[in-house]
Design a protein around this ligand. Structure first.
Ligand SMILES: Nc1ncnc2c1ncn2[C@@H]1O[C@H](COP(=O)(O)OP(=O)(O)OP(=O)(O)O)[C@@H](O)[C@H]1O
Ligand SMILES: [Mg+2]
Length: 263
């Protein structure tokens, strides 16, 4: 085939941009057998992103989907504690996710010997770790990869948005105005970068749906569901067990959320 640009001066693309494009291509091929990648996100810390990610993953699994969880909270990874995983990985390639309750899980916590040891990295290292996970992990075929994001609007979410074709983000808020404002911030960033918002979950809900409504109105997205503020959810999670596997009502609420995401 003749080159349509033969004889013309080709546009100059900086090598670092070419590198990212190449990397994205490799990652896309590597993850081509994962049907849906869903991020669980809010710029606000402590609102229940990890709780949502872990319980949503189990609800999807209970519905018969094959599911993985990627802990993209690189410097403060919590997914292993929530799932009661103490298995460690050697760093051998390819990285094989650890399986728990039929769900494949990958976290930086699996690469440090002591979970209390701080992982002190600057932004570029965090982005690099996210791309390492995406390029080198052997997830196999999955219906859903749930990605637990850290708070903030920088390194991890940006790397994921840049490198993955996400189905979209589930935004988490609590009823409080401050949480809602920060959740809106995350949603706006996602929208600006062309990522869909699948909807909002109001966690630690007092039943008022105030925070959830504020976010859904500002972002023009659905309210996916409401998880009540219940000390039992905290204490079950704290002991490395999964609330949806122990409480029928909680499972039903997460299943309703999961059904909307699937739909
Ligand atoms: N609905 C709930 N009711 C009671 N406690 C909850 C609920 N949801 C989460 N928690 C508890 O609140 C704490 C924070 O939740 P979680 O770690 O999921 O938040 P996060 O948004 O992931 O935090 P971070 O920003 O640090 O990643 C945890 O101890 C968790 O068990
Ligand atoms: Mg978290």
């Amino acid at each position: 085939m003749t080159d349509p640009m033969a004889g013309e001066e080709k546009p100059h693309v900086h090598p670092s941009i070419l590198k990212v494009i190449e990397q994205k291509k490799r990652i896309r091929e590597k993850l081509s057998s994962i049907k849906n990648k869903v991020g669980v996100y809010s710029a606000k810390g402590g609102v229940g992103k990890t709780t949502t990610a872990v319980n949503l993953a189990h609800a999807l699994s209970a519905m018969g989907h094959s599911v993985g969880i990627l802990d993209a909270d690189i410097d403060c990874p919590n997914v292993c504690m929530f799932l009661g995983i103490d298995q460690r990985l050697s760093g051998e390639m390819p990285i094989v996710p650890v399986e728990k309750n039929g769900i494949k899980v990958l976290s930086t916590a699996m690469f440090v010997d002591d979970e209390k040891r701080p992982i002190i990295w600057r932004g570029p290292m965090i982005g690099k770790m996210v791309s390492e996970f995406l390029e080198n992990a052997d997830w196999g075929a999955l219906d859903y990869l749930i990605i637990d994001l850290p708070p903030g609007t920088s390194d991890s979410p940006l790397s994921l948005i840049q490198l993955l074709d996400l189905k979209g983000f589930v935004i988490v808020t609590t009823p409080q105005h401050i949480a809602a404002v920060n959740a809106i911030r995350s949603g706006m960033m996602a929208k600006r970068l062309g990522v869909a918002i699948l909807g909002v979950v109001e966690n630690m809900s007092d039943g008022s749906r105030k925070g959830g409504h504020e976010v859904s109105e500002a972002l023009g997205c659905d309210m996916l569901g409401m998880i009540r503020n219940d000390a039992m959810i905290g204490s079950i999670s704290d002991s490395g067990r999964i609330p949806v596997l122990e409480d029928k009502a909680i499972m039903e609420e997460y299943m309703r959320i999961a059904e909307k995401i699937v739909g």
